[in-house]
Ligand binder design. Structure first.
Ligand code: KG4
Ligand code: ZN
Length: 345
């Protein structure tokens, strides 16, 4: 059988990334140019700056990915690109690059949903076993996704307000920590104790949805009240208390869904999957379930990268799902409608 090499492109937010993945599972090259330093002083991603950086970086990153892989376009089987969701101007840089490459080199163009990419980062670690449950926790998303086969995504729960990563970033801002705040809160949490009682939004019985805005407001209020009274709150204890609340809800709902849907694997995806507290607690809890395997990608595959996009793209390429050159960027692309949409576009 001929080897399949998919070149993936990711520009949905603040990383310009290109990677080449062999047969959907093996990373041949994985280049990420982060713009975090440029956005740090604004406390978050500035869309216009993000697009401009992508334009500057994309050809350099592309060349490096091919060079590291020691491959040319003659070896490539398809071009996978994040078509959404994300910042429209940022996405467009990747989509236009992918379309150009597909046209010039006469290769299939494969649109990939960013979250499908995060989920498929796990296939770079170990083979997927279905049915599986993916806990997707990133800066823009918090979702529980049930997969019965490759490329089939059923969202069984999602956040009704803030995403987990967004809550981390906002709490970090309240504590005057740099952007992105997740890793700083994670580190602080490991140095502190759970001393502050904070809410956990369980929502209605049986719901797999999440809500983090109440928790975020509770943290902000705790800090403001203490400041007004001239009291000192130990940031490490606040971080530990906040993290305990987030992890408790995420892990409890994941465990329940894993049991209800009788899954073979639980996989974790997205930037917050890098969280040490979440990883440790999931490991502890999932171990108690017989016949359920926990898969957590290494940290560099949890945050945005293009290897995950190429891995997801490989599956769609095999299924014959690709797009023509009218492909656009879709800032609000829906994971459940993704297959339909990618067939139409
Ligand atoms: O998946 P990602 O790289 O980008 C999006 O698609 O959103 O996720 C970025 C998010 C940020 O909110 C960041 O603070 C969070 O992931 N994050 C973490 C950790 N590392 C990154 N949150 C908690 N603990 C971490 N160790
Ligand atoms: Zn992401």
């Amino acid at each position: 059988m001929k080897e399949q090499y998919v070149l993936g492109i990711e520009t949905s937010c603040d990383e310009t990334a290109v990677a080449i993945v062999k047969n959907g599972k093996e990373i041949i090259s994985n280049v990420v140019a982060s713009q975090i330093e440029s956005h740090k002083r604004f406390g978050g991603v500035v869309p216009e700056i993000a697009s401009r950086h992508h334009v500057e970086q994309i050809t350099i990153v592309l060349e490096e990915a091919l060079e590291q892989a020691r491959l040319s376009f003659q070896d490539i089987s398809g071009i996978a690109v994040t078509a959404g969701p994300g910042l429209v101007g940022a996405l467009l840089v990747g989509v236009e690059t992918a379309k150009t490459l597909a046209y010039v080199h006469q290769l299939p163009l494969i649109p990939v949903h960013h979250i499908a990419g995060h989920i498929y980062a796990n296939r770079l670690v170990t083979e997927m076993k279905f049915p599986l449950l993916a806990l997707v926790v990133s800066g823009g998303h918090t979702e529980l996704v049930l997969m019965k086969e490759h490329g089939d995504f059923q969202v069984i729960g999602e956040t009704r307000d803030d995403a987990a990563g967004e809550a981390y970033d906002k709490v970090a801002r309240t504590l005057n920590l740099p952007y992105p705040g997740g890793p700083h809160i994670d580190r602080l949490a490991s140095e502190g104790e759970v001393t502050i009682e904070l809410p956990r939004a369980w929502l209605e019985e049986g719901s797999y949805d999440f809500s983090f805005s109440g928790l975020k407001s509770a943290v902000i209020n705790t800090v403001h009240n203490a400041n007004q009274k001239g009291e000192v709150i130990e940031p490490a204890n606040l971080a530990a208390s906040f993290q305990a609340s987030v992890v408790d809800v995420l892990v409890t709902k994941t465990m329940k869904a894993a049991q209800e849907y009788n899954v073979k694997q639980v996989i974790v995806a997205g930037g917050v999957a890098a969280n040490k507290g979440l990883r440790a607690r999931l490991d502890h809890v999932i171990r108690q379930l017989d016949h359920v395997e926990l898969v957590v990608p290494p940290i560099h595959l949890c945050t945005d990268n293009a290897a995950m996009i190429a891995a997801a793209g490989s599956v769609f390429l095999e299924k014959g799902i690709h797009s023509n050159l009218t492909l656009n960027a879709y800032p609000g692309l829906d994971l459940m409608k993704f297959n339909e949409q990618s067939l139409i576009i």
